[in-house]
Design a protein around this ligand. Structure first.
Ligand SMILES: [Zn+2]
Length: 64
């Protein structure tokens, strides 16, 4: 699984998401940015920032 923690991009936010593919993590994160953080315009740099912070999730104790 791949993991993105919003707190790595938006300090203080506890939201996180897991998915099998980076593309799905990015999609969910963009949704989150729009609905929770009011980012109506998602720039390419934002996508890059999200991708740079996606990491392998070892906390679930299983492999994807
Ligand atoms: Zn957030």
């Amino acid at each position: 699984m791949r993991l993105f923690e919003c707190g790595t991009l938006v300090p203080g936010c506890d939201w996180h998401t897991r998915a099998g593919e980076d593309a799905e993590v990015v999609r969910r994160t963009v949704d989150h940015m729009r609905t929770v953080h009011g980012e109506t315009v998602i720039r390419e740099t934002m996508i890059d920032n999200i991708k740079a912070r996606i990491r392998d999730d070892h906390t679930a104790g299983q492999t994807a």
